[in-house]
Design a protein around this ligand. Sequence first.
Ligand code: CU
Length: 381
Amino acid sequence: MASYPATKHRPPAPESSSGAFWMVATMLLGITVAIVGFFALMMWADARESRDAVAEPAASSEATPAPDGNVSLPLASFAGVVPENAAELAAAHKPYNATLPPVPAGDLVKVQMTLKDMTVQIAPGVKYNTWAFDGHGAPGPTINVREGQTVEMTLTNGGSIPHSIDFHAARIAPDRAFRDAKPGESFTFRFKAKDPGIFMYHCGTKPVLAHIANGMYGAIIVQPKEGLPKVDNEYVLVGSEWYLNGDGIKEPASLDMAKARARMADWVTFNGYANQYVTHPLTAKPGETTRFWVVAAGPTNNVNFHVVGTIFDRAWVNSDLTSPPQQGVQTVVVPAGGGAVFDVKIDDEGFYPVVSHAFADVDLGQVGLLKVGNPKKAASH
Ligand SMILES: [Cu+2]
């Protein structure tokens, strides 16, 4: 900064004591300028520091708590954690019946569901506190109707908090039909099954992520009026994943909402229990055609449906049963909240793994076997 000699602008100094006065005044002015300069420098440095702090990510190791008190990191995984006698428990487990139930007769199909808090096993020796369906667990019962039938749904809330039921197969005002039922309350609504396909149903009470993650889902099938090509075996597979706050071995686990948000599943299943159709395979005879009705319940994961060792002869992608099926397809994405239908004719005896080809999910339990004929030994897929 340039400085100017004060004397230049100074009026002529009177003789004697006024010289000392100007000397003191000049010194005071100099000191003032120095102080003001010092503070200006400090303020500039401060401003620069705060700008840098905004630009740089927070270095703090503490996670920000989520609104429900969960912290987002770190998250503990219980993937694959089973007790020592897991093989024995898996063999003793009664698998969820995947066989498609028959279509009831008549124009009106009455469905009764009771929601209930219950502890179920989701893998050998792994217990989980669900909000699920009385008499079924998770998934709920498979409903199979024909296009044109009317479904009369009676929902009873036997749980401890409000729940609801959202049918993707319905065209209906959701604020009335899919409303919350208080604990102990029952209510009934009807809808006409107008659109053929396989559809998800689920509890739609907020937060939906928690209600689906806790087991509140299932499949409803609407057969097209004119029917699909006749097949020999029909199986329904509902994909879903589980997020645990403990290993579930000594004490039942409950939902870890932070893991559900982070998509960090511990177990991924077909029909609610890891690997159950590996231990208890689905069956077909050589030369038969098998139909898979698949829903991805999520709450978040898709099912990348694939049968190892074969190719789909017919695939109704997105369960659009009003259009011709695709042919010769290897893998089809069934989106979370969506469905698809697959026909496969297998001639050679053997074990054919049925998977989501997102292999992290196979690793976490979303795999089964289709046993064709009477092969000697299970495949190792
Ligand atoms: Cu619910």
